[in-house]
Structures are given as C-alpha cells and as structure tokens.
Design a protein around this ligand. Structure first.
Ligand code: G1P
Length: 264
C-alpha cells in the first residue's frame, strides 16, 4: 500500500492543493523543512533519521494549501479549489480514504477519462447495511466492465431507500463546470454543501460516470479502519514488516486459544 501523495505522483499529478480545516497546521508542518531538527540529526550523525526528514520535504510535488474557514461540507471544501484548478479537469482525493491498489485509483480514473472525456467517480460495492454512511449511485446501465452510466447520485440514503450497494469512495475526477454548480448549491444532508448534490446536478447537463473499484479500501476516519490501515502499512514497511508479521501470527495463536478457553 502506498501513501496518498505517492499515488498522486504515480498518476502523473504534481500540482496538489490540500484543503484543510482549523487546527490542521500540522499537515503543512509535516511537509515543511525543519532546519533545527536537521542540524541536530546531522550533529549526532543520525543519518537514517535525517534521510527520513529530507525525504518528507523533497517529495517532488508542488504543494499548496487552502484553509476552509467553516466545516460547511465537502462541496464547500472543493469550491475552495476553484481558482487553483481554473479550467481543467481535476482530481479530488479524500484524505481519510486509502486504497490498496496496484494501479493507483486516481490513475484508473484518468485512464477512464481518456476514453470517455467526462467526469467520473470511484464506487465500491459495500454491504447493504452500510450504505447510509456513503454517497450511493443509482446505476442506469453498465457501459463496459465496471463502468456505469448513472441515473442519480444520493448522499447517505437510508437503507430502505438506497438505490444500490455501489458506494462512492473518496476519489473523483471532475470537469471544471462543477464549480459553477457548486457556487449555486444549496445545503443538503446535515445542512452542509454536499459534493454529491452538485455532481447530481452536473449529471443533468453533462454525463458523470462511475468506475467500480475492486481492490481493498481502508477508512482511517473511523477507529477500526485506522488500526487496520496502520497494520497494513507496517506489513509493507522494510524495517518492521518481518517482526510485525511474527507478532501478528503469535497474537493470532493466542487469540485462538483464548477463544477456545472462553467457549469451554
Ligand atoms: C464523504 C462523502 C460521501 C462519500 C464518503 C466516502 O462522506 O460525502 O458521499 O461516500 O465521503 O468516504 P464523509 O465520509 O465525509 O461523511
């Protein structure tokens, strides 16, 4: 599994705007240089740590930051990118959705765009009882394997009203016309400006397609997803993967024998 910025880089995207809420300065600081720390590590000859600090700073992308003054919804956050994007198609990536994808999902969307020249977003089949946590599509027809024409986009429907189990996950490729729609978008679910409502309106004048993602998705926006994601990352990390695997196998044995004892 690779991190968000690496997957954007692998998709050929190098100009990135991070829209952040209040109290999120640490994101900017993470990518900034840290002269004091670097000097200290150099003086103590801690070359491995120094490399880690330098690698985080020089990641080969142009990073820009914008602040969303109020938490008015995803549509409002995307609207903050209007002048950055100007008049080109662009990709939206939600920070708390991570994918275990061979070809980065953003790259998959870009490849689809080159076929269809229209907005397209990623969906994934989820258990029916979970649909209310997502935007959901009402698929009209399947154009080709995993590519859908969409009749309607619905934000967080109740289980009985969900038009399908195809949930929108945090990757979108949008044409710049979305900004005109967002400028006039009224608050929707939760009193917030919902990106999905604007996408649904855009779909009336220019087609917005859905691309089905078949890989694994981690949602670090909830506690279990956060822990799972860290374990998966650890299992691919050269320094700790072997030890971590050993630990997980031992832990699994322990949990198995504990559950046998409890059943007796
Ligand atoms: C947001 C979107 C929703 C989408 C989800 C994916 O919801 O509004 O349409 O399905 O991200 O993670 P949130 O998770 O921010 O409530």
């Amino acid at each position: 599994m690779i991190n968000q910025l690496s997957s954007l880089l692998l998709s050929g995207i190098t100009d990135i705007l991070i829209v952040e809420g209040k109290q999120k300065r640490s994101i900017e600081d993470h990518f900034d240089s840290a002269p004091g720390l670097e000097q200290n590590l150099k003086a103590k000859n801690k070359t491995n740590l120094l490399k880690l600090v330098n690698d985080t700073t020089a990641i080969g992308v142009n990073l820009f930051f914008a602040r969303q003054p109020y938490p008015n919804g995803l549509g409002d956050a995307v609207r903050m990118a209007k002048s950055f994007v100007a008049d080109e198609p662009f990709v939206v990536m939600l920070g708390d959705d991570l994918m275990n994808d061979q070809v980065p999902l953003t790259k998959q969307l870009i490849n689809r765009y080159q076929e269809i020249h229209a907005s397209i977003l990623a969906v994934k089949r989820v258990p029916h009882e979970n649909v209310s946590a997502y935007g959901v599509i009402d698929p009209e027809s399947q154009v080709s394997d995993g590519l859908y024409n969409v009749r309607r986009f619905v934000e967080k429907p109740t289980i009985d009203k969900a038009p399908s189990d195809l949930a929108i996950i945090g990757r979108y490729l949008l044409t710049p016309e979305i900004f005109d729609v967002l400028d006039n978008q009224k608050p929707g679910k939760g009193g917030e400006i919902q990106l999905i409502d604007a996408i649904d309106t855009l779909n009336q004048t220019q087609r917005v397609f859905a691309h089905e993602f078949k890989g694994y998705r981690y949602d670090v926006g909830n506690k279990l997803g956060y822990v799972e994601t860290n374990i998966e990352y650890g299992l691919t990390h050269s320094e700790i993967k072997d030890e971590l695997k050993k630990y997980i196998l031992i832990l699994a044995e322990r949990l198995k024998s504990e559950s046998k004892t409890t059943k007796k």
